[in-house]
Each structure stands twice: as C-alpha cells, then as structure tokens.
Design a protein around this ligand. Structure first.
Ligand code: ASP
Length: 307
C-alpha cells in the first residue's frame, strides 16, 4: 500500500466498521453485520472488490465472494461474476435461499438476479485508475517477458512461470468478521482477484476455508493476499483449527502468516475473532488496513502484528 492511498484505506475500513457496528448495535446478527461491512468496501473504489477492482487480462472485472455463518456453517459463495455490483449480496442470497453453497459465472448472475440482487454492465465496474494499472502492467510484461518468471523465482516458487504473481502488486481484497450478542460469529470476503489474472481464474477469497471461514466452535476468519499459496494451505481453516485447539486468535493469526511465508513464500494478511470476542490481526506484507470495534474501544491502522 503506497503512502498516497493509506488515508483512503483507513477511511474505507472505518466506514465499513461503522456499517457493521450499526447492525450489531441495533441487535442484528453477525451475518448481517459482515455483509453490510463488506458492501461498504465493495462500493468504495479504493479496494479490489466491486467497482474499482483489479482488471483481468481481458480488461474485465471478474469477482469472487464468500459469506459464512459460524452458528450453522451455512455458506454462500460466488466465483467469476462480472455483472454483480455487490457480490457479497449474491453470496448472502445463496446462503439464505439456496440448497447449494457455490455458484459461478453466468449461473451465479442468473441466481442473483432471480433473487433481487442488482446486476450491472461490467463496464460500470471498471474505473480509469485500473485501466491504467493494467496497461502499465501489460506494457512492462511485454517489454520484459521474463518478468513473471523472475517474480515467481524471487518468491521461491519451484516452477518459474507456472504461477501468478508479482509480489510488488498490492492486494486489496476486503473482509469482515463479527460477533453478535447471541454469541454467533460470521465472516465474509470479497475480491476482484489479482491484477491481469487469466479469465476464469478463481482465487482463495471465495473458497471455504481458504479466504474465509466461520464456525462458532473455532473462529471467524478472512484472509487477503496472494491467493494461490493461501488456497494450497487452506489457510482460513488451518488458522481456525488452531483456535479450536486452544490457541488465542492473536497468536493463531501470527502463526498463519509465518506458515504462509515459510511453507510457500506467500504473502498476505488475516483478520479473525472467536466466540469470546478475542481478535487476531496479522500480515506479512508491509501494511494492511484494519479496523476493530468492541463495546469498549475502537481502533484502526495499517500496521499490526507483522510477522
Ligand atoms: N486473495 C485474492 C486473490 O488471490 C487477492 C487479494 O487478496 O488481493 O484472488
């Protein structure tokens, strides 16, 4: 996160926190709270979710999202949607109104529309900043075709060129976790994925247990970062399991970031909490915007628990 965008990120996560908190304050559930928090960030062009997402190789926005209820383990996910303004709303409809858990592409969009979720043209989700970012990336790649291989080698990946992605590229996936007065926890994650991704590429964010997980018996977790390593480690579930085994979320979050770095040289960030309201926030990138509120205090920042 370059210096110039720190304020926008902080403002964005604080706005999302406010939206989620209002739900909880009014006696609403954790599931509603994480949905509303994520909608605010999808609508905020600062982040890689909803309008303003990174563009794929074809210059289109292609988004993934997941929402999960820790009380029942119900979950709803969408992958590779291109015409849903708020993918987390579609995911929530799947959780609440479908016997299925996961929809992709056109079928997901059809399900969303049939359940009252607003569709839009893909062009409405594309902003000038991202057109420029993609152009820059593709220009650099054309000038130095080995750059991708170099990047993967720098990250210690054994098969240069076979994997995305540039470690210098920022990750702006959004996520929220919440605990309500009934003692239920929930998590949601939403993303436009990685810059210049191949059409149809699905990241970790919307996969249960990878970019998002919630179980009252362990923890609610949302991750961001380079999706392929996170997926391979099933990182959200891995971290929740450590809480179930008796570790504090604060410690489990740090361990997750170390594990990601040490096992696959991956980079990213994580937010989590358990049913007792104990929070874990960590990242092994230089920065990650976060905000947290309890009945007693409110905090936010761009650095915390860097592993
Ligand atoms: N994890 C996301 C993905 O790989 C990207 C991100 O966090 O920015 O799709």
């Amino acid at each position: 996160m370059p210096d110039g965008v720190v304020e926008a990120h902080l403002l964005g996560v604080r706005n999302a926190l406010g939206a989620g908190w209002r739900v909880l304050e009014a006696g609403g559930g954790a599931l509603d709270a994480v949905e509303e928090a994520v909608v605010v960030m999808e609508d905020d062009e600062t982040f890689d979710a909803g309008r303003g997402s990174f563009l794929n190789r074809d210059g289109r926005v292609q988004m993934d999202a997941l929402i999960m209820d820790g009380a029942t383990l119900r979950a709803g996910g969408v992958g590779c949607v291109e015409r849903v303004r708020n993918p987390v709303r579609a995911a929530r409809k799947i959780l609440s109104e479908s016997p299925h858990v996961y929809f992709v592409g056109e079928g997901a969009e059809r399900f969303a529309a049939e359940h009252g979720v607003e569709l839009c043209a893909n062009e409405e989700l594309v902003i000038a900043r991202e057109v420029e970012r993609l152009r820059e990336y593709q220009r650099a790649e054309a000038e130095d075709p080995t750059s991708r291989a170099k990047n993967t080698r720098e990250m210690g990946h054994p098969a240069p060129g076979s994997e995305m992605f540039a470690p210098t590229t920022s990750h702006d996936t959004v996520g929220a976790v919440a605990l309500d007065r009934e003692g239920n926890i929930a998590a949601a994650t939403s993303t436009g994925g990685t810059l210049n991704k191949a059409p149809g590429r699905l990241g970790d964010s919307s996969l249960i247990g990878c970019g998002c997980y919630a179980d009252n018996l362990s923890a609610a977790v949302s991750t961001t970062g380079w999706g392929e390593p996170i997926m391979k480690l099933v990182l959200a579930k891995w971290t929740a399991d450590r809480v179930a085994a008796g570790n504090l979320p604060e410690w489990a979050a740090l361990e997750a970031m170390n594990y990601l770095k040490q096992r696959l040289n991956g980079h990213g960030g994580i937010i989590m909490l358990n049913g007792q309201g104990q929070v874990g926030i960590a990242h092994n990138t230089p920065r990650m915007a976060w905000a947290c509120k309890t009945a007693h205090k409110e905090e936010s920042g761009v650095e915390r628990g860097a592993a």
